[in-house]
Design a protein around this ligand. Structure first.
Ligand code: NAD
Length: 494
């Protein structure tokens, strides 16, 4: 087992100044009906690097949820009656306003999520620079045709009503606004619940734009573990747009069934990558490493299981180890930090349980780095497993942390079978040089998003969906926008 350099200083001296810029003391109220509302009960949001309290947010109760849904219901007729262009212009202006606060939002996101500031910048600017321009170009115009025997047909995409948006802690800003914006553009009104562990960036952002949209169009409420289930069973929501774990997704499905809500469930992943014998290890190692360890491995479509042909296994694993040795775990406010901590205690506990299992089963370790020794941060070392049993429980489950498995394969059919051999089907990738072989393998991978010579490269124009336990429904692209609409047909006999 090899290790990397000296432990970094935690907390970093930059932190104090940065947190002042984040204006944490300005508060993080709910936004309901265009107003800032604090509930009587509150929840402490902790800093994953220092363990200290960052801020307190509302622990919204059932009556608070009811008020938010009532506001969204009341706002729906006027909002849905606006033209597409009117809604688009209001959303564009709101996002332009938010853009002016990029540094503050990135600072809050770094603080609550624990990742390097540069990765917070990536998440937030991706929304402003990539997502918003693509989304706001989309339209869903009526289509008309003459159907013999029926008459003049007009097919329309009409809004659903009030949408419940529920997002996870790992990409809290991105995965909130990729629900809110298409939903609002299509004419729905929204009640958004950010994750229990990371609500701050989303609450601050919503506060900045609360007067730029009509009251009640976007309501944002924070809460504890009860709030999600209250939302998914609330009779006045027409749709739940949910991103989170597969386990919770099943509960959301069951809870939404009695009121027959529309559902989009973007759930967990255990992405595989297959490296063909004609791949160049040196050329792909760094990209592969980033695809595996981005966000300290806390990404739904990070590459979690890598299958490498035996002829290049040694060269590629050596190159991956070299990348791992250059990582610095630490405080996100330290400009040298490349990877942050595990974001929350339950997730840290899951990683520790997995690690215990790996040790008990004596799985071979290719590399394990070090963790900072100071502070209360929940750091898990960068770890690469060396050809462990591909069907071990600790491989098959989703490892949401910087722990990845590399496998040596001889027979491509067996590699494809093992790559597909988990309950998940979110992303997958294949790496090599021969276009025909790459395409042939890509078509055999059972995942909603299959990349060739890349991974983790999502784009708002490209539909994204999970197979198997990774989800139901589609986000992004025109298909994702349509998922916030009902189809209405008017058949005119004349
Ligand atoms: P989670 O399922 O624990 O929580 C997700 C959200 O649901 C949170 O806001 C949470 O408060 C809420 N929630 C919890 N229980 C609920 C219930 N019974 N009913 C309704 N809402 C409930 O997931 P997490 O730990 O926040 O996020 C990590 C998981 O999300 C991973 O499995 C990851 O793969 C997945 N994820 C998927 C995608 C994707 O696009 N497919 C993207 C990011 C994360």
């Amino acid at each position: 087992m090899k290790s990397n350099g000296a432990p970094p200083s935690i907390p970093h001296p930059n932190r104090e100044q940065a947190l002042k810029r984040a204006r944490l003391t300005a508060g993080f109220p709910n936004i309901v009906n265009g107003k800032r509302i604090d509930s009587l009960k509150s929840i402490t949001i902790s800093d994953p690097v220092t363990g200290e309290e960052l801020a307190r947010v509302s622990e919204t109760q059932k009556d608070g949820l009811d008020r938010a849904v009532e506001a969204a219901n009341a706002a729906f007729p006027a909002w849905s009656s606006k033209t597409w262009n009117e809604r688009r212009d209001l959303l564009r202006n709101a996002m332009e306003e938010l853009k002016a606060h990029t540094d503050e939002l990135c600072t809050i996101l770094t603080a609550e999520n624990g990742r390097p500031y540069s990765m917070a910048q990536w998440e937030i600017t991706w929304i402003f620079e990539t997502y918003v321009p693509s989304l706001l170009q989309m339209e869903l115009p009526d289509s008309t045709w003459n159907e013999p025997g029926v008459g003049q047909i007009t097919k329309r995409y009409v809004p659903l009503g009030v949408v419940a948006a529920i997002s996870p802690w790992n990409l809290p800003f991105l995965l909130s606004f990729t629900k809110v914006l298409p939903s609002l553009l299509a004419g729905n009104t929204v009640v958004l619940k950010p994750a229990v562990f990371t609500p701050l960036t989303v609450l601050r952002a919503s506060d900045y734009i609360r007067e730029m949209l009509p009251p009640g169009v976007l309501n944002v409420i924070s809460g504890g573990d009860d709030l999600g289930p209250w939302m998914t069973s609330h009779p006045d929501f027409q749709k739940v747009s949910f991103t989170g774990s597969s386990e919770t997704g099943c509960k959301v499905f069951a809870s939404a069934a009695p009121t027959l809500k529309h559902l989009t469930l973007e759930l967990g992943g255990n992405d595989s990558g297959i490296v063909l014998p004609d791949a160049d290890p040196q050329a792909i190692a760094e990209y592969l490493f980033r695809s595996m360890f981005a966000l300290s491995g806390q990404g739904c479509v990070t590459l979690k299981r890598l299958f490498v042909h035996e002829s290049i296994y040694q060269a590629l694993t050596e190159a991956l180890i070299s990348c791992a040795q250059h990582q610095k775990l630490g405080d996100g406010f330290d400009p040298e930090t490349t990877l942050g901590p595990i974001q929350n205690r339950p997730q840290f506990a899951r990683m520790q349980t997995t690690w215990k299992e790996i040790q008990e089963e004596k799985a071979p370790i290719l590399y394990q780095g070090e963790v900072p020794s100071e502070g209360a941060g929940m750091f898990f070392p960068v770890t690469l497993l060396d050809n462990p049993p591909a069907e071990a429980a600790y491989v098959i489950r989703e490892n949401f942390g910087p722990l990845r498995a590399v496998f040596k394969y001889k027979d491509l059919d067996e590699a494809v079978r093992l790559a597909n051999g988990t309950p998940y089907g979110l992303g997958a990738s294949v790496w090599g040089t021969d276009p025909e072989s790459l395409d042939a393998v890509a078509r055999r991978l059972d995942a909603g998003m299959v990349w060739i010579n890349q991974h983790l490269n999502l784009h708002p124009n490209i539909p994204f969906s999970g197979h198997k336990n990774s989800g139901i429904g589609i986000e992004f692209g025109e298909d994702g926008l349509k998922a916030f609409c009902n189809v209405q047909v008017i058949a005119d006999r004349g």
